[in-house]
Design a protein around this ligand. Structure first.
Ligand code: PHE
Length: 339
């Protein structure tokens, strides 16, 4: 029996040496010290051993079991360590790769919008936003554009149904503000607007900023001074503002506003098509009909309104030739506005 135990010890040592994984060790554990393993088998045989030898044989079997368990545990720890190292090596992340990652930047439209808003805020304008889904009433009728009025053709409208549309102009906010707030009003309303139009200078969705001032004694000169102040800070100190007569149903008189070309400073270049001036926005004195529609006494109050496209401002400021670049999200284009 003693010889048998000795043999098993060696057999185990040999098998342990051949083991290459934690799974192999588990098999050995079951085989030698498991419930119906080799050691249990030996213990069963004790009854056949001569009584005087039972104690020493029993001790040998116990030593064998302890030895097997200790060696298995030690080897297992070694294997686990190696397996962990291999796993870590295999799953290693090369953090130097992150250097090639493209980080996002603020969109140029967002930057120009905030720059313009800050300038107006500096001279007392409040900022608010309105709904993009608008009623026909606020987008058109309240602005002195009745149903069937030919001026509706100036803007190609996306209708949701007879009454609801995607607003074509932030001017839709004018009547909402006048109705809700009443004078004095000095507000700026930035937001998305929508028109069925698409080419190098028109996008079906673009951004506008509306300005509305209603108070006593407001004149066209207030409008001109305000626009000049902002334009000179947005472009450069030499920028001049020019009004040309125009037509909008909701302003009377209406003007088209030009700025001296920020590229050639009025000499004439390709940006201003040789004229020295760039058309940037529509504006005018709030039509008394609109004031009265919104419950404001047009004998007591006057107001001015203006509206312009943020994309157009950004195109002029940065010399961008095609409005579609703003919406393509090409990283090479966006990257240029990092600073
Ligand atoms: N809403 C006009 C447009 O989109 C611009 C405008 C705004 C004109 C305010 C006059 C007054 O073309």
């Amino acid at each position: 029996m003693k010889q048998q135990i000795e043999n098993i010890k060696q057999e185990f040592a040999q098998e342990l040496q051949n083991a290459t994984s934690v799974a192999n060790l588990q098999e050995l554990r079951v085989k030698y010290v498991g419930k119906s393993g080799v050691v249990t088998g030996l213990l069963r045989q004790i009854k056949d051993v001569a009584p005087q030898d039972r104690a020493s044989v029993g001790n040998m079997i116990n030593d064998l079991r302890k030895g097997v368990e200790v060696q298995l545990a030690e080897t297992e720890e070694k294997f686990a360590q190696v397996e962990l190292e291999n796993k870590l090596k295999a799953e290693q992340i090369d953090i130097s790769l992150l250097n090639g990652q493209q980080w996002g930047t603020r969109h140029p439209i967002d930057k120009v919008k905030d720059e313009i808003i800050d300038l107006f805020k500096g001279i007392g304008f409040e900022v608010c936003e309105g709904p993009e889904l608008e009623t026909d009433y606020y987008n058109f009728q309240a602005l002195n554009i009745p149903l069937e009025h030919p001026s509706r053709d100036m803007q190609d409208t996306f209708y949701i149904n007879d009454n609801i549309l995607l607003r074509t102009q932030t001017s839709a906010m004018q009547a909402r503000l006048m109705e809700k707030k009443g004078p004095p009003i000095k507000m700026l309303c930035p937001g998305k607007v929508f028109r069925a139009d698409s080419d190098a200078s028109h996008s079906p969705v673009f951004h506008q900023i509306e300005g509305l001032v209603v108070d006593t004694d407001i004149t066209l000169r207030d409008l001109k001074g305000t626009l000049e102040y902002v334009a000179q800070r947005l472009f450069d100190e030499q920028t001049q503002v020019r009004f040309r007569p125009s037509y909008f149903p909701f302003t009377e008189p209406s003007v088209e506003v030009d700025l001296t070309c920020c590229n050639c400073h009025g000499k004439g270049c390709s940006l201003c098509k040789g004229t020295g001036w760039i058309e940037v926005l529509g504006a005018g004195m709030v039509n008394p009909f609109v004031l009265e529609n919104c419950g404001i006494d047009s004998n007591k109050y006057t107001g001015y309104a203006f509206g312009f496209g943020i994309e157009r401002m950004a195109m002029i400021k940065y010399g961008i030739p095609d409005i579609r670049l703003f919406f393509e999200n090409d990283i090479r284009f966006l990257k240029q506005f990092k600073k």
